[in-house]
Design a protein around this ligand. Structure first.
Ligand SMILES: [Cu+2]
Length: 164
């Protein structure tokens, strides 16, 4: 290695280090995408009609862009899986619509048309504490309850991982 190339790689390492430090600063609000799919190659109905992804943990202040809430798809908040005092969400006929999660808690979404096929999504913003003990699945049918039980298992794993 020549002196010149050694200096150059030292400079590059410094630049990488600086970039890494920048990324370690308190996170700015992020934006995530959730798509709405009709995937005819899927094996089960709840995979044919689905939010992709259907489970996401964000931080308060983050935004989710819901894509392709067109045709028959909707993004509709579920009474009983929604933090108290947060305005309900009802997105229809939008190729793209953003929801910002300012309040910590657990948020359940369904597609009004394909909920009967299991088209649901679970979002946790920051911490589930606000409404984790007051979740009410009585507005859902059997399939919806089964889907949310699976999604809540994911959430419990993430809670355990965060606490551990
Ligand atoms: Cu749908």
């Amino acid at each position: 290695m020549t002196l010149y190339s050694r200096i150059r790689s030292a400079l590059q390492a410094t630049a990488l280090g600086a970039a890494a430090i920048c990324m370690g600063l308190p996170a700015l609000a992020e934006t995530y995408d959730i798509d709405q799919l009709i995937d005819l190659s899927a094996l089960t109905p709840e995979e044919v009609y689905r939010f992709e992804p259907n489970y996401l943990w964000v931080e308060p202040g983050d935004t989710i862009r819901f894509l392709n809430s067109t045709g028959n798809h909707t993004v509709t908040s579920i009474d009983g899986i929604w933090p108290e005092g947060v305005a309900p969400v009802s997105i229809e006929h939008k190729a793209e619509a953003s929801v910002t999660f300012d309040t910590a808690g657990i948020y359940g979404f369904r597609c009004k048309v394909h909920g009967r096929h299991g088209m649901y999504a679970l979002i946790i913003a920051g911490s589930p504490e606000a409404n984790k003990d007051s979740l009410d699945l009585s507005n859902l049918g059997d399939l919806g309850r089964r889907v949310f039980e699976r999604l809540f298992e994911e959430m419990q794993k993430d809670i355990a991982a965060r606490d551990g």
